[in-house]
Ligand binder design. Sequence first.
Ligand code: ATP
Ligand code: MG
Length: 203
Amino acid sequence: MTEENRRIGIMGGTFDPIHNGHLLAADEAHAAFGLSEVIFVPTGQPPHKTNQRVTSAEDRYMMTEFATVGCPYFKVSRVEIDRVGSSYTIDTLRTLRTMPEYAGVEFYFITGLDAVLDIVSWKNPEEIMDMCKFVAVSRYGYTHKRMEELPSELRSRIIPLEIPLLAISSTELRERIKNGRSIRFMVPSAVEQFIRKKSLYKN
Ligand code: ATP
Ligand code: MG
């Protein structure tokens, strides 16, 4: 494959903590679209989560590194956590676009259906679609039919991708840890160990 038609996935998220649902979504998109790599981009300050407590960017970054280290085509980017202020997808795409290693590549932005249904509240959604292929992966509790709720000019540009449903969310993982329940087999074991070592999500 030449540089010109190299396809690269981008998986953005708060990753608080990263879990097997994120990894599966990225891996399914990798296979479905022939991506040469998937870049995980942990958010700095998530604009839609300003009224909730978020684990430090460095700890979320570390968990993302631990979770992806065993997969040769998974990468992690610090673009959002090194940027001051809110993290917007459009700014991330613009930054990645200027990086020499991504010159001429085609970006596939991978998002769960829950987040896609919220896309009208994102900054510059039309411009985001201009800069990448926008993929909506299935998420437990949502069906692709619900994309009909979106304005047609956005909906027509979103590529739906059916993936096996893993009913795991970071919110539920945080609750389970708080209540002393196991998260084994829901996150990679290195992530579980990091959470335990740093006593994250205990209260
Ligand atoms: P929270 O409950 O804190 O919102 P989350 O599990 O939704 O956490 P995020 O970091 O918010 O995780 O999600 C990052 C991206 O991954 C979003 O596009 C989201 O839709 C997608 N995603 C999260 N969990 C899954 C899953 N189990 N299956 C498919 N996509 C997922
Ligand atoms: Mg979420």
